[in-house]
Unconditional design. Structure first.
Length: 284
């Protein structure tokens, strides 16, 4: 199949180039979550080569991404003659199901805020770099911001059980402390939000997303598959970047609201065509 569909569908980000550069493994995860998980059937290696080829990924990189995903326990390969069929493992299904729920539920308008915060005091020894990275990544995924070293905040106190689970899994629950309560007036709350999260940088990422997606004009089924996959790939990043703050803490005319609307509009439009193209590529 022609590679032009993937090249034409690749977003060109003006300021945050890292948002437009996706690894083969990351793109593979998007394809797995968007097409393989709902289908529930094993997929030949050739299908991944065709699909990721439309996204500009070379064959060697695709094979390496499959092997790495298998080594991490997300995929299992089964030889059938000279070919290999890949299926999601139970761990892979859990990972992708959780991620899919977060991706598609993310960005919905937050209801009226009652002014309460969740405050988490959690530290990891300086010598434990891996645990520090894990703590930072997991708390960010749960929507918490780093107010100062060892201090994490969220205007969503209902996430306390989720955060406690994270702390327990990492092994720092016994040395962590959690509070819920109010924090001064709205002006102070907005100052804390800007200190805990770089809202200007997040809005810039949304603006780049809007520009990139609006520029996509897929002309055929392969191009639509590539555009749709890129759309989901880029949207996947925002649950890590954007904590989903209440409107009271956001700047006026927040670009995230426009991005949410555009994502779902394009997703609903492109999904049927992308599904058709995937079935054509993954059939025997």
């Amino acid at each position: 199949m022609a590679r032009s569909g993937g090249d034409a569908a690749r977003p060109q980000f003006r300021r945050r180039r890292e948002l437009g550069a996706a690894s083969a493994r990351s793109l593979l995860l998007t394809v797995l979550g968007e097409f393989v998980l709902p289908g529930g059937e094993p997929v030949w290696t050739a299908a991944f080569l065709r699909a990721l080829g439309l996204l500009g990924v070379e064959e060697k990189a695709v094979r390496q991404a499959l092997a790495r995903s298998a080594a991490e326990g997300w995929l299992a390969g089964e030889r059938r003659g000279r070919r290999t069929a890949w299926r999601l493992t139970p761990a892979g299904e859990r990972l992708l199901t959780d991620g899919t729920e977060r991706i598609y539920g993310f960005g919905e308008p937050v209801g009226e805020w009652d002014g309460r915060w969740l405050l988490v005091l959690a530290t990891v020894p300086e010598t434990s770099r891996r645990l520090r990275h894990l703590l930072r990544t997991r708390l960010a995924w749960s929507g918490l911001g780093n107010l100062s070293p060892g201090v994490w905040v969220s205007p969503h106190p209902e996430r306390e059980p989720e955060v406690r689970d994270v702390l327990a899994e990492i092994g720092v629950a016994d040395t962590s402390t959690l509070f819920t309560g109010r924090l001064g007036d709205l002006a102070e709350a907005r100052r804390v939000a800007r200190q805990a999260w770089d809202l200007d940088e997040i809005e810039l990422a949304y603006e780049d997303f809007l520009d990139a997606v609006r520029s996509l004009r897929p002309a055929d089924d392969p191009g639509t598959f590539a555009a749709h996959t890129r759309l989901v790939q880029e949207w996947r990043r925002f649950p890590f970047l954007d904590p989903g703050l209440p409107a009271e803490l956001l700047p006026d005319d927040w670009s995230g609201s426009q991005a949410y609307t555009l994502f779902h509009e394009r997703h609903d439009t492109w999904r049927p065509v992308a599904d058709r193209q995937w079935k054509a590529m993954s059939g025997d």
